[in-house]
Design a protein around this ligand. Structure first.
Ligand code: NA7
Length: 561
């Protein structure tokens, strides 16, 4: 039986970085009656679920946090260069406590449907336990990589052992001692997980479909000197983080690959390799736009694999990489390639020996069957759009979001979809999102949404939508930005939706860089919310104006990631 309808101003779905900040902005700055609903039993968002062995954020801790408050920034102290999920959750708990957020968050509350009622200009949102909310504003803060992709390999239902997806890891952990473990997948997650699983498993077999580059993370505890530096240089660090295309705390070199001699280039790569982390990508300005330039980095990294892995056949399988460096999300690791030198660790190259089926007791490839006690699916996510489709979202004319995005997501700035008024998507498709250090686009989005809502309230607009023409122009611009880089040349990337069978092949994140994106969003506001259609009750007039060609932010020269 349905419960009483709860009437609120704003409903935010998700209690991760995005949802927490959006709650603070709407409730504490605009005074709106705001509720956050969260499927998980506690806050953390992606980091509530992500607890697999070796899980760690690839962004450096002093940049993987909110920047809006100097006080919060300086009060929190990270312990390691890259934070583990526990520490990220502790940080979010610290923020929630400081801002008194918990009292407006409903945990264990999964949204199943959201329907827009044009007459009242309200969203009616229903949860799994039949709670109903009526809200003017609906904001998705559901994360980009939160919908697990479990491949449809025949026979999984027959498997008698244990199996897990890394993104839905048991909170009590998994005991690998004495077990024969299969790990499928060698993306960022698999590359983090394999060395840690190998520490306790009796046997680890890694099934690799696409070979991947990886740079050592060089993780370690942060010393007192670095911690003091971070606190002292808040303003400077914030400036760097917010003025780089990818939101990381380092600048991308302005030097091009062929501006330096071969010898100097190798020294630059060696230094970046020693320093470790995603910073390797920042060694040269043109690494992700010029294939010949990229080849020099790719060859350097492939040689590192061959230098590390002793078994020739395994080294070949790991180093035969089919895409440019950083055209797929570049992993960073702690002793990943070294792991294959251990006696009890082996690699199956699925390009040569594909999986046929999962059996009761293991995995059968074309060359035969291997027995396993545990299968770990490090097979990624139905990224960016997958989570949206788990909710039945119906817009103004009864059209579902699934229908609206059937050929790929069509948004304006990644913030709104035509026909879905007052629905705002934090780090939605068509925004820089996953090509950045996530808290940076999250803060920008949440603040933009706050300002847009404040504008609507001030001018008594009842709804804000975008139109098809604006969304089409934006999608064309998202494609243009991607085409200016090497990113779309990696045909099997999840940026393109290629990891999920049947998903439209569309480049989803905005590759023009965070700085450029921020400038475009501001320009749209300065022009009176250009491309958005705001309406008053019984008033058909709006401030629609769709002449934007996004040129105000200049030519795309330095793409994001
Ligand atoms: P990714 O990067 O999507 O990696 C998934 C891995 O799983 C990748 O190696 C895939 O191979 C492999 N995969 C997927 N489906 C299959 C099947 N059916 N058979 C064999 N192998 C398969 O996900 P991650 O979790 O590693 O990382 C996601 C993001 O989290 C990461 O980019 C960071 O932003 C944090 P493929 O390459 O598709 O051939």
């Amino acid at each position: 039986m349905s419960k009483k309808v709860q009437k609120i101003d704003a409903l935010v779905i998700g209690a991760g970085f995005s949802g927490l900040y959006q709650l603070h902005l709407l409730r504490d700055q605009l005074g709106l009656n705001t509720t956050v609903v969260e499927t998980g039993a506690d806050l953390g968002g992606t980091w509530y679920w992500n607890r697999y062995p070796g899980a760690r954020c690839d962004s450096e801790s002093h940049s993987y946090c909110y920047l809006f408050s100097e006080e919060l920034y300086k009060e929190w102290e990270w312990s390691e260069r890259y934070p583990q999920p526990d520490e990220i959750r502790a940080y979010l708990n610290f923020v929630a406590k400081k801002l008194d957020l918990r009292k407006d968050i409903l945990f264990n509350t999964k949204v199943v449907s959201a329907k827009y009622e044009a007459e009242s200009a309200k969203w009616v949102v229903t949860t799994e336990s039949r709670e109903i909310f009526e809200t003017k504003y609906l904001i998705t803060a559901i994360g980009c990589i939160s919908s697990a992709n479990i491949p449809n390999i025949p026979g999984l239902d027959r498997f008698k052992g244990e199996w897990y997806h890394t993104g839905q890891w048991p909170h009590d952990g998994v005991d690998f001692r004495g077990k024969r473990v299969a790990q499928i997948g060698t993306g960022s997650t698999g590359i983090q997980a394999a060395p840690v699983i190998a520490e306790t498993a009796k046997m680890l077999t890694v099934f690799q479909r696409t070979a991947n580059y990886s740079v050592p993370a060089r993780n370690g505890p942060l010393n007192a000197e670095f911690k003091a530096y971070v606190k002292k240089n808040y303003a400077e660090l914030k400036e760097i983080i917010q003025s780089t295309p990818n939101g990381h705390p380092f600048r991308i070199s302005s030097t091009k690959v062929f501006d330096v001699s071969e010898e100097d280039r190798q020294s630059i790569y060696e230094a970046a390799w020693e320093k470790g982390g995603l910073q390797f990508r920042a060694s040269f300005q043109d690494l992700v736009v010029n294939k010949q330039a990229n080849d020099t980095a790719a060859n350097f990294l492939k040689q590192k694999i061959r230098d590390t892995v002793k078994d020739q056949e395994t080294a070949n399988s790991l180093a035969e990489i089919d895409h440019p460096y950083a055209a797929k999300r570049p992993p960073i690791d702690t002793h990943y390639f070294e792991t294959f030198n251990q006696q009890h660790v082996s690699l199956v190259d699925l390009r040569k020996d594909p999986i046929v089926e999962i059996t009761e007791s293991g995995i059968k490839t074309e060359s035969g069957e291997k027995q396993f006690d545990v299968i770990v699916f490090a097979t990624g996510f139905d990224a960016i759009t997958g989570k949206f489709f788990q909710i039945d979202i119906q817009g103004a004319e009864g059209k579902t979001l699934k229908q609206a995005w059937a050929e790929g997501p069509k948004t304006y700035l990644g913030l709104q979809t035509p026909g879905f008024p007052n629905l705002f998507t934090i780090t939605g498709p068509g925004s820089p999102s996953v090509l950045c250090n996530m808290p940076v686009p999250i803060e920008q989005h949440a603040e933009w949404i706050r300002d847009c809502i404040a504008y609507m309230e001030k001018h008594e607009f009842m709804s804000c939508d975008t139109d098809v023409e604006s969304a089409e122009k934006w999608v064309a611009h998202v494609n243009e930005a991607a085409a200016a880089t090497l990113l779309p040349t990696a045909k099997h990337s999840w940026y393109l939706g290629a990891n999920v069978p049947g998903k439209p092949r569309v480049f989803m994140p905005y590759a023009g860089g965070m700085v450029r994106y921020r400038a475009i969003c501001q320009d749209v506001v300065d022009k009176g919310y250009q491309g958005f259609v705001m309406k008053k009750r019984d008033d058909e007039s709006s401030n629609k104006n769709t002449s934007n060609d996004f040129s105000a932010a200049g030519k795309i020269t330095s793409p994001g990631i």
